[in-house]
Design a protein around this ligand. Structure first.
Ligand code: R5P
Length: 323
């Protein structure tokens, strides 16, 4: 690191690496940046201990480690932590953990007796390992940023989702949040489309991953409903919202989500011609499984990550990307 002509600190060139979570995404980011993906080996020994070795010099480099924390979550997390440690010990100038999907985000508060706040614990792990910054996308709750004492840049996929749904020229779009917590993101999409917003009053009982859509706040009759959620796992939330929208006589239903985690059940629950299209981004590799009856569309957010990384490297504004 040295002082540039304006007195600001300037890091030596960027170096981008990835673990085993989502290599295709890291390659897409590097294609956008017109630079090679760095060489690094990340593997498990027979005793399941993870090993990392950078195969090039990263001394004083501005290092970006791309690793969404997808399935198998705990392995991907450990890979990332060990990569950060290895980069630190190889004298990287600055280390940015690029985590397109931040797992454990749903454990962001103590809402039952005797439970952890795992998102906070993961934030501590990442910092203690030696990350200097975090770049991520659509945390389950924006307040998770506050679990970190390092700078956090949180990107948002709503502009991209809105742009796509606008291109469909739906006659009577209504954006539907799957619960009160998701209303802000859904409103963001609704405003961009000039559409009305409706909100599902959702109830979860206990920790059994069962979601129940109780009532719809707003109107969806004869509407082209666009369900917006930050993530889909079992598909229960979207399936119950779909049932509610059917009762409210929506004429078509689209689904837009940022992070597709698609557990097996999602492929059964959401594979229905009653869903006109399921749209999601590539923050995570596509889960094993397929939809035979519901069409799908993947929107790549790799260029957005590439632009944000370039701005972080050159001291540009990341928030300007969303103006
Ligand atoms: C919950 O608050 C989230 O926004 C999603 O609605 C939830 O994670 C989706 O999970 P599932 O698909 O298992 O219902």
């Amino acid at each position: 690191m040295s002082r540039g002509s304006g007195g600001a600190f300037v890091y030596r060139e960027m170096a981008v690496f990835t673990g085993n979570a989502h290599r295709a995404f890291a390659e897409a980011v590097c294609r956008h940046l017109e630079m090679p993906l760095g060489e690094c080996e990340v593997f498990e020994f027979t005793n399941e201990n993870i090993f990392v070795r950078f195969l090039q010099n990263i001394r004083e480099r501005d290092v970006f480690l791309i690793q969404p924390i997808g399935s198998p979550v705990n392995t991907r997390l450990m890979e990332l932590l060990i990569m950060i440690d290895a980069a630190k010990r190889a004298s990287a100038g600055r280390i940015t953990a690029v985590i397109p999907y931040f797992a454990y985000g749903r454990s962001d508060k103590k809402d039952q007796p005797h439970v952890p706040i795992s998102a906070r614990l993961i934030a501590n792990f990442i910092e203690v390992a030696g990350a200097d910054r975090l770049l991520t996308m659509d945390l389950h709750a924006g307040q998770i940023q506050g679990f970190f004492n390092i700078p956090v840049d949180e990107l948002h996929a709503q502009p991209l989702l809105a742009e796509y749904f606008r291109s469909l020229n739906l006659a009577n779009p209504v954006v539907v949040a799957t619960d009160v917590g998701g209303a802000k993101n859904a409103r963001n999409v609704a405003e961009r489309l000039g559409a009305d917003l409706a909100i599902v009053d959702k109830r979860r009982s206990g920790n059994d991953e069962q979601a129940e859509a109780l009532t719809l706040i707003g109107d969806a009759e004869d509407a082209d409903a666009i369900i917006i959620d930050d993530e889909i796992l079992t598909g229960g939330t979207v399936a119950s919202a779909l049932e509610l929208l059917r009762r409210h006589r929506a004429r078509s239903v689209y689904v837009g989500c940022v992070h597709q985690l698609f557990a097996g059940a999602a492929f059964e629950r959401l594979d229905t011609p009653e869903i006109s299209e399921i749209v999601f981004t590539d923050t995570l590799p596509i889960a094993d499984g397929a939809f035979a009856r519901a069409p799908t569309k993947i929107l790549s957010i790799a260029p957005l990550f590439g632009d944000a990384m370039h701005r972080i490297h050159t001291g540009g504004s990341v928030s300007d990307l969303f103006r």
